[in-house]
Design a binder for this molecule. Structure first.
Ligand SMILES: [Zn+2]
Length: 452
Protein backbone atom coordinates (compact mmCIF):
# COMPACT_ATOMS: atom_id res chain seq x y z
CA UNK A 1 0.00 0.00 0.00
CA UNK A 2 2.75 2.44 1.03
CA UNK A 3 4.69 1.31 -2.01
CA UNK A 4 1.77 2.13 -4.28
CA UNK A 5 1.42 5.60 -2.79
CA UNK A 6 5.01 6.41 -3.68
CA UNK A 7 4.11 5.86 -7.32
CA UNK A 8 1.81 8.91 -7.16
CA UNK A 9 4.95 11.07 -7.19
CA UNK A 10 6.43 9.48 -10.30
CA UNK A 11 6.97 11.22 -13.60
CA UNK A 12 5.40 9.76 -16.77
CA UNK A 13 8.84 8.46 -17.76
CA UNK A 14 9.34 6.63 -14.47
CA UNK A 15 5.88 5.14 -14.85
CA UNK A 16 6.57 4.00 -18.42
CA UNK A 17 9.81 2.38 -17.33
CA UNK A 18 8.07 0.51 -14.52
CA UNK A 19 5.28 -0.64 -16.86
CA UNK A 20 7.80 -2.00 -19.28
CA UNK A 21 9.68 -3.96 -16.61
CA UNK A 22 6.45 -5.40 -15.22
CA UNK A 23 5.24 -6.34 -18.67
CA UNK A 24 8.50 -8.09 -19.41
CA UNK A 25 8.25 -10.09 -16.15
CA UNK A 26 4.63 -10.97 -16.89
CA UNK A 27 5.29 -12.06 -20.47
CA UNK A 28 8.31 -14.12 -19.41
CA UNK A 29 6.31 -15.77 -16.62
CA UNK A 30 3.41 -16.47 -18.99
CA UNK A 31 5.67 -18.09 -21.57
CA UNK A 32 7.35 -20.32 -18.97
CA UNK A 33 4.26 -21.36 -17.03
CA UNK A 34 1.25 -21.17 -19.36
CA UNK A 35 1.17 -23.64 -22.28
CA UNK A 36 -1.33 -21.33 -24.00
CA UNK A 37 1.03 -18.34 -23.96
CA UNK A 38 4.01 -20.51 -24.79
CA UNK A 39 2.33 -21.28 -28.09
CA UNK A 40 0.78 -17.84 -28.65
CA UNK A 41 4.08 -16.05 -28.03
CA UNK A 42 6.32 -18.52 -29.84
CA UNK A 43 7.76 -15.68 -31.93
CA UNK A 44 8.15 -13.24 -29.04
CA UNK A 45 11.69 -12.81 -27.74
CA UNK A 46 11.95 -11.77 -24.13
CA UNK A 47 15.64 -10.88 -24.43
CA UNK A 48 14.57 -7.96 -26.60
CA UNK A 49 12.41 -4.95 -25.97
CA UNK A 50 8.74 -5.94 -25.73
CA UNK A 51 6.31 -3.67 -27.54
CA UNK A 52 2.84 -4.04 -26.05
CA UNK A 53 0.85 -3.25 -29.17
CA UNK A 54 2.72 -5.87 -31.15
CA UNK A 55 1.46 -8.63 -28.86
CA UNK A 56 -1.64 -10.56 -29.98
CA UNK A 57 -5.06 -9.61 -28.58
CA UNK A 58 -7.06 -12.13 -26.57
CA UNK A 59 -10.75 -12.29 -25.74
CA UNK A 60 -12.92 -14.00 -23.17
CA UNK A 61 -13.98 -16.87 -25.43
CA UNK A 62 -10.36 -17.76 -26.27
CA UNK A 63 -9.38 -17.54 -22.61
CA UNK A 64 -12.28 -19.67 -21.37
CA UNK A 65 -11.91 -22.28 -24.11
CA UNK A 66 -8.24 -22.71 -23.24
CA UNK A 67 -8.62 -22.12 -19.53
CA UNK A 68 -6.63 -25.06 -18.17
CA UNK A 69 -3.68 -24.24 -20.45
CA UNK A 70 -4.09 -20.50 -19.93
CA UNK A 71 -3.43 -20.37 -16.18
CA UNK A 72 0.10 -20.69 -14.83
CA UNK A 73 -0.57 -23.14 -12.00
CA UNK A 74 -1.22 -26.66 -13.38
CA UNK A 75 -3.34 -27.47 -10.32
CA UNK A 76 -6.03 -25.07 -11.54
CA UNK A 77 -8.70 -26.43 -13.86
CA UNK A 78 -11.99 -24.99 -14.94
CA UNK A 79 -14.24 -27.89 -13.97
CA UNK A 80 -13.04 -27.88 -10.38
CA UNK A 81 -13.04 -24.09 -10.17
CA UNK A 82 -16.63 -23.99 -11.34
CA UNK A 83 -17.59 -26.58 -8.73
CA UNK A 84 -15.81 -24.42 -6.14
CA UNK A 85 -17.73 -21.29 -7.26
CA UNK A 86 -21.07 -23.06 -7.02
CA UNK A 87 -20.34 -24.00 -3.39
CA UNK A 88 -19.10 -20.60 -2.23
CA UNK A 89 -20.84 -19.27 0.85
CA UNK A 90 -18.57 -16.41 1.88
CA UNK A 91 -14.91 -15.80 1.16
CA UNK A 92 -13.41 -19.27 0.88
CA UNK A 93 -10.03 -19.91 -0.70
CA UNK A 94 -9.44 -22.51 -3.35
CA UNK A 95 -6.48 -24.80 -2.51
CA UNK A 96 -5.96 -22.55 0.52
CA UNK A 97 -4.48 -19.95 -1.77
CA UNK A 98 -6.76 -18.65 -4.50
CA UNK A 99 -9.84 -16.45 -4.65
CA UNK A 100 -12.07 -17.28 -7.59
CA UNK A 101 -14.59 -14.77 -8.97
CA UNK A 102 -16.66 -14.55 -12.12
CA UNK A 103 -18.03 -11.85 -14.37
CA UNK A 104 -21.80 -11.44 -14.42
CA UNK A 105 -23.46 -13.85 -16.76
CA UNK A 106 -25.82 -11.55 -18.63
CA UNK A 107 -23.67 -10.96 -21.67
CA UNK A 108 -22.90 -14.45 -22.81
CA UNK A 109 -20.20 -16.73 -21.45
CA UNK A 110 -19.25 -16.26 -17.82
CA UNK A 111 -15.59 -15.41 -17.30
CA UNK A 112 -13.72 -17.05 -14.40
CA UNK A 113 -10.83 -15.17 -12.76
CA UNK A 114 -8.34 -16.43 -10.20
CA UNK A 115 -6.10 -14.41 -7.88
CA UNK A 116 -3.57 -15.77 -5.40
CA UNK A 117 -3.19 -14.19 -1.95
CA UNK A 118 -0.57 -11.69 -3.06
CA UNK A 119 -2.57 -10.65 -6.11
CA UNK A 120 -5.69 -10.25 -3.99
CA UNK A 121 -3.74 -8.06 -1.55
CA UNK A 122 -2.89 -5.85 -4.50
CA UNK A 123 -6.61 -5.56 -5.31
CA UNK A 124 -7.32 -4.56 -1.71
CA UNK A 125 -4.37 -2.15 -1.62
CA UNK A 126 -5.58 -0.59 -4.84
CA UNK A 127 -9.03 0.05 -3.43
CA UNK A 128 -7.60 1.48 -0.19
CA UNK A 129 -5.54 3.72 -2.39
CA UNK A 130 -8.81 4.92 -3.99
CA UNK A 131 -10.10 5.63 -0.49
CA UNK A 132 -7.00 7.57 0.41
CA UNK A 133 -7.24 9.69 -2.74
CA UNK A 134 -10.84 10.44 -1.81
CA UNK A 135 -9.85 11.39 1.74
CA UNK A 136 -10.58 8.22 3.76
CA UNK A 137 -7.33 7.87 5.69
CA UNK A 138 -6.66 5.77 8.80
CA UNK A 139 -8.70 6.94 11.78
CA UNK A 140 -8.20 5.09 15.05
CA UNK A 141 -10.08 4.27 17.23
CA UNK A 142 -13.12 5.75 15.43
CA UNK A 143 -13.29 3.58 12.36
CA UNK A 144 -15.06 4.94 9.30
CA UNK A 145 -18.60 3.65 8.95
CA UNK A 146 -18.94 2.56 5.34
CA UNK A 147 -22.14 1.24 3.76
CA UNK A 148 -21.75 -0.85 0.63
CA UNK A 149 -24.80 -1.66 -1.42
CA UNK A 150 -23.51 -4.28 -3.81
CA UNK A 151 -24.09 -7.66 -5.43
CA UNK A 152 -25.03 -10.38 -2.96
CA UNK A 153 -23.24 -13.46 -4.19
CA UNK A 154 -19.66 -14.44 -3.31
CA UNK A 155 -18.91 -15.17 -6.97
CA UNK A 156 -19.01 -11.40 -7.59
CA UNK A 157 -15.77 -9.53 -6.97
CA UNK A 158 -17.56 -6.64 -5.22
CA UNK A 159 -18.97 -9.02 -2.59
CA UNK A 160 -15.60 -10.69 -1.97
CA UNK A 161 -13.92 -7.35 -1.82
CA UNK A 162 -16.27 -6.03 0.86
CA UNK A 163 -16.07 -9.21 2.94
CA UNK A 164 -12.28 -9.30 2.83
CA UNK A 165 -11.81 -5.57 3.47
CA UNK A 166 -13.57 -5.26 6.83
CA UNK A 167 -10.60 -4.30 8.99
CA UNK A 168 -9.29 -1.95 11.64
CA UNK A 169 -9.75 1.12 9.42
CA UNK A 170 -13.34 0.69 8.39
CA UNK A 171 -16.51 -0.72 9.87
CA UNK A 172 -18.58 -1.97 6.97
CA UNK A 173 -22.28 -2.50 6.45
CA UNK A 174 -23.01 -4.72 3.48
CA UNK A 175 -26.45 -4.42 1.92
CA UNK A 176 -27.80 -6.35 -1.03
CA UNK A 177 -28.52 -4.33 -4.11
CA UNK A 178 -31.58 -6.48 -4.78
CA UNK A 179 -33.21 -5.38 -1.48
CA UNK A 180 -36.26 -3.12 -1.56
CA UNK A 181 -35.65 0.60 -1.23
CA UNK A 182 -37.66 0.56 2.01
CA UNK A 183 -35.28 -2.04 3.46
CA UNK A 184 -32.21 -0.06 2.37
CA UNK A 185 -33.63 3.15 3.85
CA UNK A 186 -34.31 1.51 7.23
CA UNK A 187 -30.90 -0.14 7.38
CA UNK A 188 -29.05 3.04 6.42
CA UNK A 189 -31.02 5.12 8.92
CA UNK A 190 -29.84 2.78 11.69
CA UNK A 191 -26.19 2.46 10.57
CA UNK A 192 -25.71 6.17 9.68
CA UNK A 193 -22.83 5.69 7.22
CA UNK A 194 -20.16 8.33 6.78
CA UNK A 195 -19.26 6.79 3.45
CA UNK A 196 -21.79 5.40 0.99
CA UNK A 197 -20.52 3.17 -1.79
CA UNK A 198 -22.91 1.82 -4.43
CA UNK A 199 -24.18 1.94 -8.00
CA UNK A 200 -25.00 5.49 -9.15
CA UNK A 201 -28.61 4.53 -9.94
CA UNK A 202 -29.05 3.32 -6.34
CA UNK A 203 -27.37 6.41 -4.87
CA UNK A 204 -29.71 8.51 -6.98
CA UNK A 205 -32.78 6.59 -5.77
CA UNK A 206 -31.61 7.01 -2.19
CA UNK A 207 -31.07 10.71 -2.82
CA UNK A 208 -34.75 10.98 -3.73
CA UNK A 209 -35.62 9.15 -0.49
CA UNK A 210 -33.52 11.67 1.42
CA UNK A 211 -35.03 14.66 -0.39
CA UNK A 212 -38.52 13.36 0.29
CA UNK A 213 -37.76 12.89 3.98
CA UNK A 214 -37.81 9.11 4.46
CA UNK A 215 -34.04 8.69 4.54
CA UNK A 216 -32.01 10.71 7.03
CA UNK A 217 -28.27 10.06 6.65
CA UNK A 218 -25.35 12.44 6.28
CA UNK A 219 -22.52 10.78 4.36
CA UNK A 220 -19.42 12.92 3.91
CA UNK A 221 -18.33 10.85 1.00
CA UNK A 222 -20.25 9.11 -1.75
CA UNK A 223 -18.57 6.68 -4.10
CA UNK A 224 -20.35 5.31 -7.13
CA UNK A 225 -19.28 2.78 -9.73
CA UNK A 226 -20.10 -0.23 -11.96
CA UNK A 227 -22.63 1.65 -14.07
CA UNK A 228 -22.77 4.76 -16.20
CA UNK A 229 -23.48 7.74 -13.98
CA UNK A 230 -25.75 10.19 -15.74
CA UNK A 231 -25.95 13.92 -15.09
CA UNK A 232 -29.37 13.51 -13.48
CA UNK A 233 -28.08 10.91 -11.01
CA UNK A 234 -25.22 13.19 -10.05
CA UNK A 235 -27.58 16.13 -9.63
CA UNK A 236 -29.88 14.15 -7.30
CA UNK A 237 -26.88 13.13 -5.16
CA UNK A 238 -25.61 16.71 -4.92
CA UNK A 239 -29.08 18.03 -4.07
CA UNK A 240 -29.61 15.49 -1.30
CA UNK A 241 -26.24 15.63 0.46
CA UNK A 242 -24.36 18.64 -0.91
CA UNK A 243 -21.34 16.51 -1.80
CA UNK A 244 -19.74 15.82 -5.16
CA UNK A 245 -19.76 12.06 -5.60
CA UNK A 246 -16.54 10.28 -6.53
CA UNK A 247 -16.60 7.89 -9.43
CA UNK A 248 -14.86 4.53 -9.29
CA UNK A 249 -14.03 2.28 -12.17
CA UNK A 250 -12.77 -1.24 -12.22
CA UNK A 251 -13.39 -4.63 -13.74
CA UNK A 252 -13.48 -8.16 -12.42
CA UNK A 253 -10.36 -8.76 -14.52
CA UNK A 254 -8.32 -6.03 -12.85
CA UNK A 255 -10.01 -5.03 -9.59
CA UNK A 256 -10.72 -1.43 -8.71
CA UNK A 257 -8.10 0.64 -10.46
CA UNK A 258 -9.52 4.06 -11.20
CA UNK A 259 -11.01 6.96 -9.26
CA UNK A 260 -11.28 10.71 -9.51
CA UNK A 261 -9.12 12.87 -7.24
CA UNK A 262 -10.56 15.81 -5.31
CA UNK A 263 -10.41 17.94 -8.46
CA UNK A 264 -13.06 15.69 -10.09
CA UNK A 265 -11.67 16.18 -13.59
CA UNK A 266 -11.94 12.53 -14.59
CA UNK A 267 -10.82 9.20 -13.15
CA UNK A 268 -7.11 8.48 -12.69
CA UNK A 269 -6.14 5.03 -13.93
CA UNK A 270 -3.59 3.28 -11.73
CA UNK A 271 -1.25 2.60 -14.61
CA UNK A 272 1.29 0.95 -12.33
CA UNK A 273 -1.26 -1.89 -11.98
CA UNK A 274 -2.99 -2.00 -15.34
CA UNK A 275 -2.49 -0.73 -18.87
CA UNK A 276 -5.58 0.35 -20.75
CA UNK A 277 -5.54 0.74 -24.51
CA UNK A 278 -8.70 2.43 -25.84
CA UNK A 279 -9.44 1.02 -29.30
CA UNK A 280 -12.12 1.05 -32.01
CA UNK A 281 -14.16 -1.87 -33.37
CA UNK A 282 -11.14 -3.12 -35.32
CA UNK A 283 -8.89 -2.87 -32.25
CA UNK A 284 -7.05 0.14 -33.67
CA UNK A 285 -5.97 2.82 -31.18
CA UNK A 286 -8.37 5.73 -30.63
CA UNK A 287 -7.06 9.22 -29.93
CA UNK A 288 -7.44 10.70 -26.47
CA UNK A 289 -10.61 12.76 -26.35
CA UNK A 290 -12.54 10.45 -28.70
CA UNK A 291 -14.80 7.61 -27.49
CA UNK A 292 -13.52 4.08 -27.97
CA UNK A 293 -15.45 0.91 -28.72
CA UNK A 294 -13.63 -1.31 -26.26
CA UNK A 295 -10.56 -1.45 -24.06
CA UNK A 296 -7.60 -3.80 -24.23
CA UNK A 297 -6.68 -4.42 -20.64
CA UNK A 298 -3.33 -5.65 -19.44
CA UNK A 299 -3.26 -6.61 -15.79
CA UNK A 300 0.33 -6.11 -14.61
CA UNK A 301 -0.08 -7.88 -11.26
CA UNK A 302 -1.98 -11.10 -12.00
CA UNK A 303 0.64 -13.72 -12.76
CA UNK A 304 -1.72 -16.64 -12.05
CA UNK A 305 -3.94 -15.87 -15.03
CA UNK A 306 -2.03 -13.46 -17.26
CA UNK A 307 -4.38 -11.04 -19.01
CA UNK A 308 -2.37 -9.29 -21.67
CA UNK A 309 -4.28 -7.13 -24.17
CA UNK A 310 -7.54 -8.68 -23.06
CA UNK A 311 -10.75 -7.32 -24.64
CA UNK A 312 -13.15 -5.55 -22.27
CA UNK A 313 -16.31 -4.13 -23.83
CA UNK A 314 -16.38 -0.79 -21.94
CA UNK A 315 -16.69 2.27 -24.14
CA UNK A 316 -14.32 4.84 -22.71
CA UNK A 317 -13.03 8.27 -23.63
CA UNK A 318 -9.59 9.18 -22.31
CA UNK A 319 -8.90 12.77 -21.39
CA UNK A 320 -6.37 14.51 -23.59
CA UNK A 321 -5.25 16.67 -20.65
CA UNK A 322 -3.19 15.63 -17.61
CA UNK A 323 -4.70 16.35 -14.18
CA UNK A 324 -3.56 19.46 -12.34
CA UNK A 325 -3.09 17.43 -9.13
CA UNK A 326 0.26 16.24 -10.50
CA UNK A 327 -0.33 12.48 -10.39
CA UNK A 328 1.28 10.80 -13.38
CA UNK A 329 -1.80 8.70 -14.14
CA UNK A 330 -3.96 9.53 -17.14
CA UNK A 331 -7.63 10.41 -16.73
CA UNK A 332 -10.74 8.69 -18.04
CA UNK A 333 -12.96 11.55 -19.20
CA UNK A 334 -16.10 9.53 -19.76
CA UNK A 335 -17.51 6.01 -19.63
CA UNK A 336 -20.34 5.59 -22.07
CA UNK A 337 -21.51 2.10 -21.21
CA UNK A 338 -20.55 -1.18 -22.74
CA UNK A 339 -20.45 -2.07 -26.38
CA UNK A 340 -22.45 -5.16 -25.34
CA UNK A 341 -25.31 -2.75 -24.59
CA UNK A 342 -25.56 -1.49 -28.16
CA UNK A 343 -28.73 -2.84 -29.70
CA UNK A 344 -29.55 -3.35 -33.35
CA UNK A 345 -32.83 -2.15 -34.85
CA UNK A 346 -34.01 -2.36 -38.45
CA UNK A 347 -33.79 0.58 -40.82
CA UNK A 348 -36.63 1.12 -43.34
CA UNK A 349 -34.50 -0.60 -46.02
CA UNK A 350 -34.15 -3.74 -43.90
CA UNK A 351 -30.54 -3.43 -42.75
CA UNK A 352 -29.62 -3.38 -39.03
CA UNK A 353 -28.71 -0.04 -37.45
CA UNK A 354 -26.75 0.09 -34.17
CA UNK A 355 -28.50 2.15 -31.49
CA UNK A 356 -26.28 3.30 -28.64
CA UNK A 357 -27.83 3.05 -25.16
CA UNK A 358 -27.21 6.79 -24.73
CA UNK A 359 -30.30 7.44 -26.90
CA UNK A 360 -32.42 5.66 -24.35
CA UNK A 361 -30.93 7.44 -21.34
CA UNK A 362 -31.29 10.80 -23.03
CA UNK A 363 -35.03 10.26 -23.33
CA UNK A 364 -35.53 8.77 -19.88
CA UNK A 365 -33.41 11.41 -18.15
CA UNK A 366 -35.58 14.23 -19.43
CA UNK A 367 -38.47 13.06 -17.23
CA UNK A 368 -38.13 14.06 -13.65
CA UNK A 369 -41.38 12.20 -12.93
CA UNK A 370 -39.63 8.87 -13.61
CA UNK A 371 -37.99 7.43 -10.53
CA UNK A 372 -36.78 4.11 -11.88
CA UNK A 373 -37.08 2.21 -15.13
CA UNK A 374 -36.18 -0.89 -17.02
CA UNK A 375 -36.22 -1.19 -20.77
CA UNK A 376 -36.65 -4.60 -22.36
CA UNK A 377 -36.15 -5.03 -26.04
CA UNK A 378 -38.31 -7.96 -27.05
CA UNK A 379 -38.96 -9.47 -30.48
CA UNK A 380 -42.25 -7.66 -30.85
CA UNK A 381 -41.29 -4.25 -29.50
CA UNK A 382 -39.86 -2.31 -26.59
CA UNK A 383 -41.38 -2.87 -23.16
CA UNK A 384 -40.67 -0.23 -20.55
CA UNK A 385 -41.41 -0.67 -16.86
CA UNK A 386 -41.58 2.59 -14.94
CA UNK A 387 -41.80 3.54 -11.27
CA UNK A 388 -43.22 7.05 -11.03
CA UNK A 389 -42.63 9.62 -8.35
CA UNK A 390 -45.70 10.32 -6.23
CA UNK A 391 -48.69 12.35 -7.50
CA UNK A 392 -47.87 12.29 -11.21
CA UNK A 393 -50.24 11.44 -14.05
CA UNK A 394 -48.91 8.32 -15.73
CA UNK A 395 -50.77 8.63 -19.00
CA UNK A 396 -49.23 11.97 -19.87
CA UNK A 397 -45.70 10.80 -19.02
CA UNK A 398 -46.18 7.63 -21.11
CA UNK A 399 -47.26 9.54 -24.20
CA UNK A 400 -44.51 12.11 -23.98
CA UNK A 401 -41.90 9.41 -23.35
CA UNK A 402 -43.02 7.34 -26.33
CA UNK A 403 -42.77 10.40 -28.58
CA UNK A 404 -39.35 11.28 -27.25
CA UNK A 405 -37.96 7.75 -27.64
CA UNK A 406 -39.39 7.47 -31.13
CA UNK A 407 -37.60 10.69 -32.09
CA UNK A 408 -34.29 9.46 -30.64
CA UNK A 409 -34.48 6.09 -32.39
CA UNK A 410 -35.50 7.60 -35.73
CA UNK A 411 -32.69 10.14 -35.48
CA UNK A 412 -30.18 7.33 -36.10
CA UNK A 413 -32.12 6.05 -39.10
CA UNK A 414 -33.83 3.06 -37.45
CA UNK A 415 -37.52 2.19 -37.59
CA UNK A 416 -39.01 2.55 -34.14
CA UNK A 417 -40.60 -0.68 -32.92
CA UNK A 418 -43.84 -0.58 -30.93
CA UNK A 419 -43.24 0.93 -27.48
CA UNK A 420 -45.33 -0.26 -24.53
CA UNK A 421 -45.16 1.48 -21.18
CA UNK A 422 -46.21 -0.19 -17.96
CA UNK A 423 -46.33 1.41 -14.53
CA UNK A 424 -45.05 -0.75 -11.70
CA UNK A 425 -44.45 -0.36 -7.97
CA UNK A 426 -40.87 -1.55 -8.08
CA UNK A 427 -38.24 -2.79 -10.46
CA UNK A 428 -36.51 -6.02 -9.55
CA UNK A 429 -32.81 -5.23 -9.30
CA UNK A 430 -30.80 -8.08 -10.69
CA UNK A 431 -27.10 -7.61 -9.88
CA UNK A 432 -26.29 -9.45 -13.10
CA UNK A 433 -27.98 -6.69 -15.02
CA UNK A 434 -26.55 -3.81 -13.02
CA UNK A 435 -24.04 -1.99 -15.12
CA UNK A 436 -26.19 -2.89 -18.08
CA UNK A 437 -28.21 0.24 -17.51
CA UNK A 438 -31.43 -1.68 -17.23
CA UNK A 439 -31.40 -2.11 -20.94
CA UNK A 440 -31.94 -5.76 -21.62
CA UNK A 441 -31.40 -7.20 -25.02
CA UNK A 442 -34.01 -9.29 -26.77
CA UNK A 443 -34.55 -12.86 -25.66
CA UNK A 444 -33.62 -14.10 -29.09
CA UNK A 445 -30.23 -12.48 -28.99
CA UNK A 446 -29.58 -13.75 -25.50
CA UNK A 447 -30.45 -17.30 -26.54
CA UNK A 448 -28.04 -16.98 -29.45
CA UNK A 449 -25.29 -15.86 -27.14
CA UNK A 450 -25.84 -18.77 -24.77
CA UNK A 451 -25.44 -21.26 -27.60
CA UNK A 452 -21.93 -20.02 -28.46
ZN1 LIG B 1 -5.96 14.49 -10.21
Amino acid sequence: MKKLNLHDQWTRDELAQFQHQQLLCLVTHAIHHSPFYQELYKNIRTDQCIVLNELPIIDKTTMMENFDRFVTDPRLNLTELQAHISQLTRDEYYLGEYRVVTTAGSSGMRGVFVFNRKEWSTILASSFRCGLIMGVSARIPNRWRVSYIVADHPMHISYRFVVSSDNHLVKTQRLKVASSIQYLVDALNIFQPEVLCTYPSIASLLAIEQLEGRLNIHPQLIETGSEVRTKEMELNIRKAWAVTPFNLYGTTEGGLFSTDCSLHRGMHIFEDLVIMEVVDEKNQPVQDGSPGYRVLLTNLFNFTQPLIRYEVSDMITMSAEPCRCGRPFRLIAEIEGRSDDIIYLQAPGGRDVPVHPIHFYTSMEAFEEIKEYRILLEDDGINIGIVLRGGVSGEEVANKLKASLRKEIESVGAKCPEIRVQFVDRIERDPNLMGKLKLVKSNVRREEIKKE
